[in-house]
Design a protein around this ligand. Structure first.
Ligand SMILES: [Fe+2]
Length: 658
């Protein structure tokens, strides 16, 4: 039984609001085994995209070596009623669009992209939380478990409790959308200058604050009820419930880009405390009610690794599993499992997911080398016989390394195949990496990757068994090790640890081990290989682009070391300027004034930037084949700097001439 799972939407125009049907992805489940999984954002380069996952589907089919006609069942990650309700609302608001429904649109897109005629009876619209639940339980290695799904919302629910056993999931209770903890968090972080998709940043800010400052205000938002129930006042999502009490308390919102004050830190601490309190109220009740000793925790809220650490330390369970793709991309996998079951192939496999490296690789060795060599006007390329040993030495000598190897990870965490790596010891490495690549808030911690042999010597992994391979749990760094791990220990003495086994990732395990041999500390700083404008890199092209538009010291792609030849602004002339599919230009005129030129990316919340007349003309002329020099003639230093800045923000791609 070959089942394809899909999340995302159907490429309707105008582009859907970014929070609607997000995390587009495809997963292929073959006889219960997850053989391929990747998010569409890795291809269209739009974070958490809600476009149709055509690139992801194609990649999954190629990875498995199958054709569309080989697919027995297709699962979609939301129920048909909700999909069509959303479309109905869209049609009313967008009269230019013909009225079409979910199943038709899904068939249309598959026909367009793959020349694939899918019979309607091959498509299963899975209940959203059931899809989340199956993706987690199926990979947990558990025969029975309490399964808790917690997210923004499913069809009409925000949390659903299941008891899993004997190959079945039995629903015990669901919580309404007005009780949504995912939406509470998402709404609340607007007060500190963040929005959808930024929840983990506010989680990182929380340890700097005092939750007592706004405890009274947060407590006014909810009432704990018996039997693991609670009520929100006023109920989400009728109105953002967090507004009134904080304004009455004199709280001043932070607008995006403004400094973070102690009040904002205290707010973050109070919010995180509230999430933990309410989630534990629910989970504790159902642990006691069912007597379950194992927990699968999933849904978008399960990416809150601080909460996950609290669950581990609660002592409620002997074992906890958190899927590396607990957000809606993972629900695509669960939808495939639900679809397979509906065609007579229920999931029976009991095997723990060892590795999240489920996406496409970088190409064959020849392809990788050819692609790198194409950039040789801009970078030096050197094949290393012992690339792991050389990289370990570079890291020990203080280099920050971009590291791309093997298949990409499924989920928001880079786990050693698409990573930026550095020595985890010097505290200043955090500021260095922020300055050279991430340009992100200084308060956000970086994560440590450690070998299993050394993990217990540095981290308190708790008595509760858990898979620490996916960076899902915040744990305590042993007090006497905190100074040693200055770059990865958070202000409260914790770390979002990744324990890297040789079984999960032999090359990364060897790299950490050999770094440890050189330094005495087998721990590396591991952060995702991207800058702040894009999703994690997928391809060789993405890796080189990110390397060239940051100040990362060395790029390692498979067995090759890559170093820039000089300042990138001097290297633009012979590169081809390629507009992205979403690149747009516009000019605004005020009568009597010169027009203002702007470049923007055409999707919900896509970025925009004012551009000079020279660069506007250059972008307007770009045909995807001409070099920058051919378009612009002689480049001034100002134009060079402007182009580099726009390239850093990914308004277009630059490629070597083929
Ligand atoms: Fe979800």
């Amino acid at each position: 039984m070959l089942a394809l799972g899909i999340s995302g939407h159907f490429d309707l125009l105008p582009a859907l609001y970014r929070t609607y049907m997000h995390d587009a992805a495809a997963c292929l489940v073959a006889d219960g085994e997850l053989v391929a999984a990747v998010e569409e954002e890795r291809f269209n380069r739009i974070k958490k995209t809600n476009r149709f996952p055509a690139g992801a589907i194609r990649a999954c089919l190629e990875l498995a070596g199958v054709e569309p006609r080989d697919v027995d069942a297709i699962g979609f990650y939301f129920g048909r009623d909700l999909v069509d309700l959303g479309l109905g609302n869209f049609h009313v608001a967008t009269p230019v669009q013909p009225v079409r429904w979910g199943l038709d649109l899904l068939q249309d897109r598959l026909r367009e992209h793959f020349d694939w005629e899918v019979p309607a009876d091959r498509v299963v619209f899975a209940r959203h939380h059931l899809a989340h639940a199956w993706s987690s339980f199926a990979r947990s290695g558990m025969r029975d478990a309490l399964v808790v799904v917690m997210d923004g919302r499913g069809e009409t629910t925000s949390t659903t409790i299941y008891l899993a056993g004997s190959g079945e999931l039995r629903e015990l209770r669901s919580y309404s959308v007005p009780q949504s903890l995912g939406l509470l968090y998402q709404d609340a972080i607007g007060h500190v200058g963040y929005g959808f998709g930024d929840e983990y940043k506010v989680m990182g800010l929380a340890p700097y604050g005092d939750p007592a400052t706004y405890r009274e205000q947060f407590r006014s938002l909810y009432t704990l009820l018996p039997d693991g129930d609670y009520a929100m006042t006023p109920p989400i999502p009728d109105i953002n419930p967090t507004v009134a009490p904080f304004y009455e308390a004199g709280f001043h919102d932070r607008r995006a880009g403004e400094p973070v004050t102690q009040a904002h830190k205290d707010f973050a601490a109070g919010l995180q405390e509230t999430l933990e309190l309410l989630a534990m109220h629910v989970i504790t009740h159902w642990a006691r009610e069912t007597g379950a000793t194992r927990l699968c925790f999933t849904g978008g809220v399960a990416h809150n690794s601080s909460l996950n650490g609290v669950i581990l330390r609660s002592g409620l369970f002997e074992e906890v599993f958190v899927h590396p793709s607990s957000h809606d991309a993972g629900a695509a996998e669960g939808a495939a499992i639900v679809a397979a079951a509906s065609f007579g192939a229920p999931h029976t496999r009991v095997e723990r997911l060892v590795s999240a490296s489920l996406g496409p690789d970088l190409g064959t060795p020849d392809e990788v080398e050819r692609e790198l060599r194409a950039w040789s006007g801009v970078v030096e390329i050197e094949r290393a016989d012992d690339v792991v040993g050389v990289t370990a030495r570079l890291l020990a000598d203080g280099a920050v390394v971009g590291w791309a190897h093997g298949r990409s990870e499924f989920g928001p965490r880079a786990l050693g195949n698409r990573s930026i790596l550095a020595d985890a010891r010097p505290a200043h490495n955090r500021d260095r990496i922020n300055a050279m690549v991430k340009k992100r808030e200084g308060f956000r911690p970086f994560a440590p990757a450690v070998t299993p042999e050394a993990a217990a010597g540095y981290f308190d992994l708790t008595d509760t068994a858990a898979d620490h391979g996916f960076m899902s749990f915040v744990v305590h760094v042993h007090e006497d090790r905190r100074a040693e791990l200055g770059a990865v220990t958070h202000v409260d003495g914790t770390a979002r640890v990744q324990v890297v086994t040789a079984e999960a990732n032999a090359r990364f395990h060897e790299l950490i081990t050999r770094f440890g041999d050189l330094t005495g500390t087998p721990v590396l700083l591991n952060t995702s290989f991207n800058n702040n404008a894009e999703p994690i890199v997928q391809s060789v092209h993405d890796a080189i682009t990110t390397y060239l538009t940051t100040e990362i010291d060395v790029l390692v792609v498979e067995d090759f070391l890559v170093r820039r030849r000089g300042p990138v602004a001097r290297a633009l002339d012979d590169l081809v300027l390629v507009p992205r599919p979403t690149t747009r230009l516009r000019q605004d005129w005020r009568p009597g004034e010169e027009p203002d030129g702007e470049v923007y990316l055409d999707y919900s919340f896509g970025p925009s930037a004012k551009v000079s007349p020279a660069v506007f003309g250059l972008l307007a002329a770009a045909d995807g084949e001409s070099t920058v020099a051919a378009l612009a003639g002689t480049l001034t230093d100002e134009v060079r700097e402007e182009l580099v800045s726009l390239w850093q923000r990914r308004f277009f791609a630059l490629s070597p001439k083929s």
